[in-house]
Design a binder for this molecule. Structure first.
Ligand SMILES: Cc1cc2nc3c(=O)[nH]c(=O)nc-3n(C[C@H](O)[C@H](O)[C@H](O)COP(=O)(O)OP(=O)(O)OC[C@H]3O[C@@H](n4cnc5c(N)ncnc54)[C@H](O)[C@@H]3O)c2cc1C
Length: 415
């Protein structure tokens, strides 16, 4: 089949690669001048099955509302538009226990499958991206530890491998953890990966090109239309080019592409920050990745750099930086790994926008319009979920049954 993929982030590139392995003739259209320049550009790199969980969960509404006034609260609401309020309303409806359990299970299934596929691709194709293994969740107090128990029970039931550690044991895993910062307990996920999402994407793009995939950069696709939903129109080709199938992997750009087809995709931009700084001293740096559960701030090591990320900001601007959030990132880095990074100069501060659906899981599958397929809305876990999502949709388009059940990952659940 002749297939168009819209978007060259980690989701579009991995989808194009998987389609090409099935022998299809694939073209990828990307509005930027390079691949992986939007949300896949500088994310934290945590590919964690346990942490790929819905943001909509019981107790979350109360938690967000009661902490909203705190300056170092990870969640911020800013100048909300009507669409943001609508999204929040849908999110609130999804915060019940039955919906959460269902979404949690779907995401876990996909994340575990993705993790396997990520490793297989990395190993078989020799994709040498910066990576390390293991993820440590740091709990500062007994209260945090108690709050974690429900999530851990779900992971235990799912057979996920993790270990609860005391402070001393945690320091064996991450010897540079600052002994002066109170650590009540830690949860270690030994099988989780930390990896450089952008590097992986660019390496996989090369592999896709070797299989014949064509990338059209600087090419913005116009919204798909009812009369010809499988025709790709761009400013350079207003007549359009016909395809047998179109896969929408356009992150936040997906909703406007699909609107004229009558598909309303409730995507919101959830902004977050990442600072990346050169490692100053290896002995003071994390070996892999950690998460400060109180501040919801992750610190990871990617090659010779340290990355610190956090912040969930709905509404507001994708480019304006909030100095308070950035200050908190530096503070948490200093709490756990003082002296690990050169933070005085040449620090890259990146604000990225997660393509968030209100309930949690992405949408993977048919759109209901013949020939138009969806692989979008991966929110805060797109790196963790990318390779499995891509394989599953490529199998579906190819007419082969995917290796995992896609129940709960379709568009129908949102309507
Ligand atoms: C601060 C932060 C930290 C994160 N940390 C993690 C993490 O540790 N682990 C994890 O798993 N995930 C993490 N994520 C989430 C992850 O980065 C995203 O889920 C993932 O990158 C989404 O990939 P994507 O390909 O769907 O979107 P994108 O990378 O945004 O790609 C979509 C592409 O489509 C293109 N496009 C859009 N519209 C059009 C159009 N009309 N025509 C042509 N092209 C178009 C865009 O230019 C873009 O390149 C983080 C995100 C942020 C912001």
């Amino acid at each position: 089949m002749k297939i168009a993929v819209i978007g060259a982030g980690v989701i579009g590139i991995s989808t194009a690669y998987e389609l090409a392995t099935h022998g299809h003739q694939v073209s990828v259209f990307e509005s930027n001048g390079a691949a992986a320049e939007e949300c896949s550009f500088s994310n934290t790199g945590v590919a964690s099955a346990g942490y790929a969980s819905p943001w909509a969960k019981p107790g979350m509404v109360k938690h967000v509302l009661t902490h909203l006034w705190q300056r170092d609260n990870p969640m911020q609401l800013n100048s909300l538009k009507l669409t943001d309020w609508r999204w929040l309303w849908q999110w609130r409806k999804a915060c019940n226990s039955a919906t959460y359990q269902r979404n949690r299970e779907s995401m876990l299934r996909l994340a575990e499958y993705s993790s396997l596929r990520l490793r297989t691709l990395t190993d078989t194709l020799n994709l040498e991206h910066e990576k390390s293994q293991g993820y440590l969740v740091l709990l500062r107090s007994e209260r945090e530890s108690k709050l974690m128990q429900a999530s851990l029970a779900v992971l235990r039931d799912a057979g996920l491998s993790f270990k609860t550690l005391n402070a001393e044991e945690a320091r064996v895993i991450e010897p540079a953890l600052n002994p002066d910062t109170t650590l009540h307990q830690a949860i270690h996920f030994p099988d989780d990966d930390i990896g450089n999402c952008r590097q992986f994407s660019l390496l996989l793009k090369n592999e896709a090109e070797l299989l014949g995939v064509k990338f059209f950069l600087n090419t913005q696709v116009q919204p798909l239309t009812h009369s010809a939903p499988k025709t790709i129109r761009t400013s350079a080709n207003t007549e359009g080019e016909k395809f047998d199938a179109v896969v929408v992997c356009a992150g936040l750009g997906s909703a406007p592409l699909l609107r004229r087809l009558g598909l309303r995709i409730p995507l919101a931009a959830m902004h977050g920050y990442v600072i990346s700084a050169a490692m100053r001293e290896q002995l003071d740096a994390p070996r892999s990745g950690v998460m400060d559960e109180q501040y919801k701030i992750a610190i990871s090591r990617l090659g010779q750099r340290i990355r610190v990320s956090g912040g969930f900001e709905l509404g507001g601007s994708a480019t304006r930086h909030d100095p308070n959030v950035i200050k908190t990132l530096y503070q948490v880095l200093d709490d756990w790994f003082p002296g690990a990074a050169r933070t005085q100069a040449n620090v890259q501060i990146w604000k990225g926008s997660r393509p968030m659906l209100p309930d949690g899981p992405p949408i993977i599958g048919a759109s209901g319009i013949p020939g138009v397929w969806l692989n979008l809305g991966h929110g805060a876990s797109g790196w963790a979920l990318a390779c499995g999502s891509a394989r599953a949709i490529a199998d579906s388009i190819h007419g082969k049954s995917p290796d995992i059940d896609l129940q709960g990952l379709g568009l129908e659940r949102l309507h």
